[in-house]
Design a protein around this ligand. Structure first.
Ligand SMILES: Cc1cc2nc3c(=O)[nH]c(=O)nc-3n(C[C@H](O)[C@H](O)[C@H](O)COP(=O)(O)OP(=O)(O)OC[C@H]3O[C@@H](n4cnc5c(N)ncnc54)[C@H](O)[C@@H]3O)c2cc1C
Length: 262
């Protein structure tokens, strides 16, 4: 079986600082690490490989230094790694990110399960996993908390629905985004570190994605642009509203218009 895991390099720490002037996250001088949810996604794939046989491929889109998370994935059981790195990919919103990752997957051997983390700790949108699945036309489930049997071309999983757990059977190939409940990731192996230290990482630029529409990459392919980004002011006024759903949504709409958010 072939498992693909999407992994992203994110700034270290839980307090991500914001450059309000440029409207981006401050990344200079900030240590980077593997997005924590992607460690759970990788562990899920490696456990399935150990149960059923096959290979685990990791894929990341980011600047050249993001190769570090692929090297880390090798120490955690990944067999092959691809870094999508090109200035044309820069400034991507979640749609352009999903598009680029999905196009790259089209150049890899056929996949059985694509794993993603449920979200990142920087962008935090939880949109990229479902975005990839929709672009590839694959069934998908988010917030997976448990992975069960794989039989007859389908996988049984539990997903967190917010107010309960739902057990589903999904046809393969499919895409799953996982929560921290799904497993306990192993620690990087020194044995694997030594064994994989010379393993290559394939770096693909836009020209490698033959057949893709370059207008869909990066900033050009991003229908959303960050207009302003700022930490919410502390100690702001709060109001408690009461009423029916219809009354409250009308009031909310009026308030958003008043604040010029609509
Ligand atoms: C409206 C908007 C505008 C933006 N504009 C800009 C901008 O102008 N410049 C800019 O630098 N950023 C911008 N971003 C941030 C950028 O879009 C996101 O960092 C990126 O699209 C991934 O989204 P996310 O971090 O929310 O991932 P999520 O959707 O939260 O991630 C879910 C999972 O998808 C996978 N995944 C996500 N990203 C990657 C990746 N790069 N490689 C491999 N796997 C991945 C991982 O498995 C991850 O756990 C913007 C975001 C939004 C919402």
């Amino acid at each position: 079986m072939h498992f693909i895991v999407c992994i992203k390099q994110v700034p270290e720490g839980t307090e991500v600082e914001i450059d309000e002037e440029k409207g981006v996250l401050k990344r200079e001088g900030v240590e980077s690490k593997l997005n924590i949810y992607d460690a759970y996604a990788l562990e899920a794939a490696v456990r399935l490989k150990e149960r059923l046989g096959g290979t685990v491929t990791v894929i990341s889109m980011g600047p050249p230094q993001a190769a570090a998370v692929i090297r880390e994935a090798y120490m955690l059981g990944a067999d092959a790694g691809y870094l999508l790195s090109d200035r044309k990919f820069a400034g991507a919103d979640t749609l352009a990110t999903s598009y680029t990752l999905a196009e790259a997957m089209g150049h890899l051997p056929p996949v059985d399960v694509i794993f993603c983390g449920m979200q990142t700790t920087d962008g935090d949108t939880a949109q990229v996993g479902p975005g990839i699945a929709e672009l590839l036309g694959l069934p998908h489930a988010s917030y997976v908390t448990e992975i069960g049997a794989v039989t007859d071309g389908a996988i049984v999983i539990d997903t967190d629905m917010g107010d309960g757990i739902e057990t589903l059977q999904i046809d393969l190939p499919c895409l799953l985004t996982v929560t921290k409940e799904v497993n306990q990731p192993r620690l990087p192996s020194f044995r694997l570190k030594m064994a994989t230290k010379d393993r290559p990482i394939s770096v693909w630029g836009s020209e490698a994605l033959v057949g893709a529409n370059p207008d869909n990459f990066g900033l050009d392919g991003s229908p959303t642009q960050v207009e302003r980004i700022f930490p919410p002011p502390r100690g702001r006024d709060r109001e408690i509203w009461q009423g029916t759903g219809a009354e409250l949504s009308q009031r909310m709409g009026a308030k958003l218009k008043e604040l010029k958010y609509l």
